[in-house]
Ligand binder design. Structure first.
Ligand code: IVH
Length: 678
């Protein structure tokens, strides 16, 4: 095929695919089968691969993703993304209306009521009709550049013909995951987990709620996965210089007309009574929408009036969000269970008479700690009020005291571990009770093994918590070091294990011996030594013997290591059992030292610590980190008195800048940095 023929065919295919996409996503009509559609798309992808110079930035192939973004660039918003004042009360809405009318000196006011979608705020920039950049809200001043991910949203036009708008404009809206996509992903996870359970593999976690799912998806680094998750967007705002419209509703109508997805459920209201009517009407109707909503946004319609009203420090005076109260239900408290975690912390969980709440049956509610039980003054058999917030497990928000029986006894937090019966202790300044029997309490021992094999530690994928439970109960393992003594014959003796599944486990354990030193450090489960601290310690000490020998002062000299972490590390290595445990891991062949593959080019930055913030002209952030290390310097995340330089790009974080100035940390540009290493 000649390039001319390819160009013609690409144009034909693009037009067809765009048409079918529009019919499908806007009108809900499939004019051709999925198979035929996929054939067209596959042909276009093939042609664009063969003739990359012909690929258009708004090609429908862009929506299937494929871009891998290592770290999202931080970009400053041209117009800050403000938040809205919130209220749950009608009284405050009347107050808002009075304030608006007073400031506008009795001019007639028109409001636009819109549903408040429960998703993620997004900002999309168009230049000469072409979608060029999509950002998250971030801190309102600057957000993450997630353009590749936003391109996968099928209802967002990649090119528009918007003749009434200037060459550059921005639309804002709420990115969301519809409830049925959310449910179907969780169903897929359930199916996959069933398989994994049979194979004794680690289970996948479920998506908590559509909002978190949308936020998490849009921050994924592989846009091909984002494309599969079918994120959608409702556009609710237009921003540009010389806005040609007099009112917000005109802007919305125009945006809809040129192809943006604007929710049809907005309404103009000329009085606050009409606004209250809209709120009441949607309180129940919203349950039938395919998208979660958590309230109504009320906006002054006229742009001129908006300008007169202006802004407070954080939000516009011309808009307010009315939030519906979280759904709640009353039910009986049947009992309290106490769970023991890996660190020995005891978490109380309320067992409830099953009750329907926001579409699901609730049987349990989290209580966090003993203070929460005391705060609620819980008594046996109490009728409790439960609410669903963003989490999957609902929480108890109150007690119906009038329903309490006279003889009901106050619930007293347990004094002994429910598993090993050791008296519980409380660390000064902490709310949780702990079981101190860390070397003998079964759930703590099992929890430590689970932590050791977890994804961010040794990543032994062939084992899950069920397998750990079983091996522990059968006496095959008691500490993570025992894993490396396991033999296939031991596993084959257990019910349900065959040649393949047992070999899988042995292979997974053997492969973990290649994990780097920092992961082992994290896997040891030393209090306060999370993933990042483990990396820092590994980087600094290079091997476990140097770390074990370090005193508190040495540890505290390391940037970002404070007294709490230092004490915890020193205490841990002071325990002979822990030292013996480390020896067993060493004998098993685990990496107890960093295998430094990185060579240094110079010592020009030796002993110097750098914080990087902002966007740079020449270098990606990762490249700068690499350069710092190559010249013997250290990169750290936060500005402190131990920081030598703040390497600041455009859009440097204002908090970081202020802190650096306050502490007298030298602020340098990309060019100055280059001079330092040249
Ligand atoms: S207007 C000046 N309209 O609610 C603020 N926001 O704090 C302009 N939201 O996270 C926002 N639905 O993403 C507006 N119909 C709607 C909305 C909406 C949801 C979100 C928004 C932001 C929060 C406002």
């Amino acid at each position: 095929m000649t390039i001319e023929q390819a160009e013609k065919r690409i144009a034909e295919l693009t037009e067809k695919i765009n048409y079918y996409n529009f019919r499908y996503y806007h009108d809900n009509v499939s004019e051709i089968s999925d198979y035929e559609f996929d054939q067209l798309l596959a042909e276009l992808i093939a042609l664009e691969t063969q003739f990359p110079q012909l690929q258009q930035p708004d090609s429908p192939t862009q929506r299937v993703g494929g871009t891998i973004t290592k770290e999202f660039a931080q970009v400053r918003h041209k117009y800050p993304m403000l938040s809205l004042g919130n209220t749950y009360s009608e009284g405050e809405l009347l107050e808002f209306d009075r304030r608006v009318r007073k400031l506008l000196e009795k001019q007639p006011v028109e409001y636009v009521c819109e549903l408040k979608w429960d998703g993620v705020a997004l900002s999309m920039t168009y230049q000469n009709g072409l979608f060029v950049q999509g950002l998250t809200r971030g801190d309102g001043e600057q957000g993450d550049d997630i353009t590749a991910n936003i391109k996968t949203i099928r209802t967002l036009p990649l090119r528009v013909q918007a003749d009434r708008l200037p060459a550059e404009f921005e639309v804002r809206g709420e990115g969301f995951m519809s409830r049925h996509i959310f449910d179907s992903i969780n169903e897929e996870i359930a199916e996959e987990n069933e398989k994994r359970e049979q194979e004794g593999k680690k289970l996948l976690s479920y998506l908590a709620n559509p909002r978190n799912a949308a936020a998490g998806t849009l921050k994924m680094q592989d846009s091909a996965i984002v494309a599969k998750r079918r994120i959608d967007v409702y556009i609710y705002d237009l921003l540009c210089e010389n806005n040609p419209f007099a009112t917000h509703s005109e802007a919305l109508d125009y945006l809809k007309q040129v192809g943006f997805q604007v929710s049809p459920h907005y309404r103009k209201c000329t009085s606050i009574e009409q606004v209250l009517g809209f709120i009441k009407e949607w309180e129940t109707k919203r349950e039938n929408l395919p998208v979660d909503t958590d309230g109504v946004v009320i906006k002054v319609n006229s742009y001129a009036q908006r300008e007169e009203l202006g802004y407070t420090a954080k939000s516009p005076r011309w808009a307010i969000a009315y939030k519906y109260k979280a759904e709640s239900a009353a039910t009986e408290l049947l009992s309290i269970s106490y769970q023991v975690g890996r660190t020995g912390a005891i978490t109380p969980v309320a067992n409830l008479r099953p009750v329907k709440l926001a579409g699901t049956t609730v049987k349990r509610a989290s209580l966090h700690n003993a203070n929460e039980i005391a705060r609620l003054d819980l008594h046996e058999g109490d009728t409790v009020l439960i609410e669903k917030g963003g989490e999957i497990i609902p929480k108890i928000t109150g007690v119906e005291i009038t329903k309490r029986k006279a003889e009901a006894r106050r619930i007293r937090f347990i004094s002994h571990c429910p598993e090993c019966h050791t008296p519980l202790v409380r660390h000064p300044g902490e709310a949780a009770f702990y079981c101190p029997n860390e070397k003998g309490c079964p759930p703590q021992l099992k929890g430590k093994i689970e932590h050791f094999i977890s994804r961010k530690a040794m990543n032994i994928e062939s084992m899950g918590s069920k397998t750990v439970d079983l091996f522990f109960e059968k006496g095959l393992i008691r500490t993570p070091a025992d894993l490396y003594q396991l033999k296939q014959e031991d596993i084959l003796q257990l019910e349900g294990f065959k040649e393949l599944s047992s070999q899988n486990i042995i292979n997974g354990i053997a492969a973990s011996k290649q994990q780097p030193f920092s992961r082992i450090l994290f896997g040891l489960g030393i209090r306060f030594v999370g993933e990042t601290v483990a990396e820092k310690l590994a980087d600094y000490f290079k091997n476990i013997d140097a770390l074990a020998a370090a005193d508190k002062e040495t540890l505290m000299n390391i940037p970002e290591i404070g007294e709490k972490i230092a004490s915890s590390v020193v205490d841990w290595f002071a325990d002979p059992d822990n030292r013996a445990y480390v020896e067993r891991l060493r004998q098993a062949g685990l990496q107890m030292a960093t295998t430094s593959s990185r060579q240094t080019i110079s010592n020009k930055l030796s002993g110097k610590t750098f914080v990087i913030s902002g966007v740079f002209q020449k270098y990606e952030r990762e490249a700068l980190k690499e350069l710092i290390a190559l010249h013997g310097g250290k990169h750290i995340a936060t500005v402190s008195s131990k920081t030598d330089f703040l390497l600041a790009g455009s859009g440097v974080g204002p908090a970081k800048l202020a802190k650096a100035e306050k502490l007298g940390v030298k602020i340098i540009s990309e060019t100055e940095f280059e001079q330092m290493i040249s």
